[in-house]
Design a protein around this ligand. Structure first.
Ligand code: FAD
Length: 429
């Protein structure tokens, strides 16, 4: 009996429900990952859907996953083809009766799995699970997704009060050695993906290696070795360096670590070292991440529409020269410019920076916010469909901000970069 484990944004062996279930089934398990060529094309807004920074992070992550699965005697087959091409062939060749996968619901991802299910033998079982949440959908105190609150605080308070967070699953014990396949596939290179290799900018606030192993190393460092977690609430609005915030987002985005694993590591730290506002705030921020996932579950494709989930009818502009100025850091604000140069050169921008450049683009320049969201999608190492589009809607006034705030950029620069250390780093070097 053969089962297939189809990896998408759950590229880990620890706390992976599909992997655990597949191994438990007692079948031979074959795993597959597809570098989908559609992910390396241009979007409707003219940007590469996956730019070089995230592509590099992903390549290394998949490589690490392949090694970790090999230790479990599971072969990870890697293709540079669409799942619709690869998976039906695998199902036939290996007489696969069940496919395990993480459930995705955004339009493009859903279309892929639905097409696949439609075009494969009805005897094949598709076992999907939600595995990207802190609060599992079966645990949340809402009858269905349509009643998820509009306002974050309402969502958070109810979940905090009524929701249990599941304990992370350990990596399963290895299968029999004979389960390994003899076929070999090749991981694509940068050039295969149509991208140019690059040198990492030494100023990057995100100089980390990728993959599950590196994600756990980062947790070990941030939480335990430096104990920076102890001061997180006070440093989280920083702009310079690796330590002002956890940087967990990139591993969370492709699923090489789970939100539950981070949660329980924070809880352990609270028990063994200290519990304070700062340790709580890390969990608070992870709840924001869940919130945007639930908002996208509730509203479906509306998160990609110009009117957002509020169906606002603003007069958005799309001026090419304004876009060039914004992207190349040539606006009237040094603070916006420094942030835009940082993301262009590194694929990283702090949360404070993201809020400011988004508010500037959408609220001050009144430019189509989706251009900004699409640019971020291309560049961000930690791009996550729900967090990116959800935060962009929020900052553009078409989402979940009940106060519909516009940032005073000069005040923000004075408050968060009083000595111009950040501006100096990106504009004067
Ligand atoms: P920390 O401050 O250490 O927070 C810990 C974790 O909490 C993060 O890793 C993240 O998972 C979660 N988190 C923190 N803030 C937010 C938030 N506002 N929304 C959702 N989750 C949050 N985050 C992404 O992961 N992917 C994106 O594509 C993304 N796009 C964004 C676009 C805009 C316009 C804005 C304003 C924010 C965006 N964010 C996105 C949210 C946030 O900026 C990043 O999660 C955060 O900066 C990542 O750094 P960190 O891991 O050091 O965060």
């Amino acid at each position: 009996m053969n089962h297939l484990l189809w990896f998408r944004n759950d590229l880990r062996t620890i706390d992976n429900t599909s992997l655990t279930e597949a191994v438990k089934s007692g079948a031979n398990v074959i795993a597959v990952y597809c570098f989908d060529p559609r992910h390396y094309k241009q979007t409707a807004f003219g940007f590469n859907k996956t730019g070089k920074f995230r592509a590099q992070f992903l390549l290394e992550t998949v490589e690490n996953l392949q090694k970790n699965l090999e230790k479990l005697n599971i072969t990870l087959l890697i293709y540079q083809e669409t799942p619709e091409t690869v998976i039906p062939k695998l199902l036939k060749e290996h007489k696969i009766s069940r496919v395990f996968l993480q459930k995705e619901w955004t339009a493009e991802e859903r279309l892929v799995s639905e097409t696949l299910k439609k075009n494969t033998d009805a005897s094949v079982k598709w076992q999907e699970c939600y595995d990207q949440f802190l609060f599992h959908p079966t645990e949340i105190p809402f009858d269905d997704f349509s009643v998820i609150p509009k306002v974050f605080t309402d969502f958070r308070k109810k979940c905090e009060k009524q929701c249990q967070i599941l304990q992370p699953l350990k990596a399963p014990a290895p299968l029999r050695k004979s389960s390994l396949l003899t076929i070999q596939t090749k991981i694509p290179t940068f050039t295969d993906l149509g991208l140019q290799s690059f040198e990492r900018d030494p100023r990057s606030a995100f100089p980390f290696k990728s993959g599950e192993h590196a994600g756990w190393e980062r947790m070990e460092n941030y939480i335990w070795k430096t104990q920076n977690l102890k001061e997180y609430k006070h440093t989280r609005n920083g702009l310079v360096g690796t330590e002002y915030s956890s940087k967990f987002s990139a591993w969370l985005a492709n699923g090489s670590i789970s939100a539950r694993s981070i949660y329980w590591e924070v809880k352990k730290f609270e028990q063994e070292v200290t519990k304070n506002q700062d340790t709580y705030w890390m969990i608070f921020e992870l709840i924001w991440r869940d919130f945007f996932k639930y908002i996208s579950l509730k509203h479906g494709d509306a998160i990609f529409k110009i009117g957002g989930i509020l169906e606002k009818e603003y007069q958005w502009k799309a001026e090419a020269d304004k876009k060039e100025d914004w992207i190349h850091g040539k606006t009237k604000y040094d603070f916006v410019n420094a942030n835009m140069i940082e993301i262009a050169l590194t694929g990283w921008m702090s949360n404070r920076g993201r809020q400011n450049v988004a508010s500037f683009w959408a609220k001050e320049m009144e430019q189509d916010w989706r251009i900004g969201a699409s640019y971020f999608e291309s560049l961000l190492i930690d791009y996550d469909v729900h967090s990116n589009w959800g935060n962009w809607m929020y900052n553009a006034g078409v989402g979940n901000d009940p106060r519909d705030r516009k940032f005073n950029i000069e005040k923000q620069a004075n408050d968060y970069d009083p000595n111009q250390e950040f501006i100096g780093l990106w504009l004067k070097n």
